[in-house]
Design a protein. Sequence first.
Length: 427
Amino acid sequence: MLQSPRMLKSIIGSGRIFIRPIQQNLSLDDDGVDTSPMIEEGCLNCGMNIKLSDLKSHIKSCHQTVSIPDSDEEDIAEDTSASSFKVPVSLESVSLALSCGINYDKVTNIEVHRGSVFANALRAARWPTFCVSGALKVEFIGEPAVDAGGPKREFFSILAKEMSQIIFEGPVNMMSFKHDSAGIEANMFYCIGMLMAMAVVQCSTGFPFLCDAKFAYMCNIPLQLSVDEIPDQTARKLAEQIQNATSIEEIRAYSEQTDILAQVGIKQELDQFKEGLKSCGLLEALQMHKEIFRALFCTDLRSCLTAEKIKSLFMSIEFSSPKSVEREAEELVYLMFIDLLHDIEGSTIKGVSLKNVLSFFTGAEDIPLTGYDTTPTLMFDHTSNPFITASTCAVQLTLPTIHSDDQAVFDEKVIYALRHHGGLGLV
């Protein structure tokens, strides 16, 4: 039995684990001692010393109420199977609960071309064999990568970008579906909702461009668009004229054109889209936890990417031993990389953004609001290779040390790799 946080960490590594106390809050003190399986703890009800392995079953048979001191949680009832601990709800905890429904025994493999990700995804979503609750594996045609998470993350990131360009319209933070009768007939918006649900559940990918009114409608709030949220220019101009009308005669003059406004709400598209979001249980979770899901669908709640945020991602930096020749080169290159990140953030380097840097080693241009399943790692390459390399599955970036004495050459090679890598595993 593992008694201390340190020992637990030695087993789970960078994995994620949720611990539920049986009687009272757990101590975070780390005494570093791995005690035997015979540990006993006194029952808070009857005072008997019970083996920890038997404590849970003992509490069920102990006919008294166990209270957790110094905690906001409710008392545990006599039947602990019906008890509930009030744990603060977060996007991470809800996403984790949704991900438990993924059927890893049912895998759907899809091949996509980088130039037509949306079309390829839509085609796959219509397969009779496509399993929305199954695990998705993605292969980019012509790119040597086995999907252990990175290709799928990049696939959903590109899909979100293409969706915003192809089927949505309006300002970036107030987008609405384009009216598409043929798309409704082909059940396209249902497929879009289904793909979005998979993206959120399997990769925590966001689609942060919906207007507030459309997001509210997803949460069963009646659709009410402001004039600014009307994407179509002709319809928006007509709405402004009606809004600014000063007489009944003016309003009547515009009445013959109100059919233009009838399409603005795009209710059919939204209703079909909501049906798709029911996949994987996303719509129900979204409606229960509106505010935490707004961050995935509304741009205004997402913070911008900075050099410091990318730097802080690398919780693991694999330096060589202190005072070694390799260590000195690694430290110099690390500082060069941080300087380059700040130069990119300051827009002093054209054609490259921090999103390009993030995408290079994670596969996505935004940091998932629930974080990464794997700890992002920074490594160093002491060969003659002059370019940065990465593994998006392992969320790992490797810096070359060959030019540790020349910032200009280092920057040139990094920028070249960011601009011309051509896909997963290709530089």
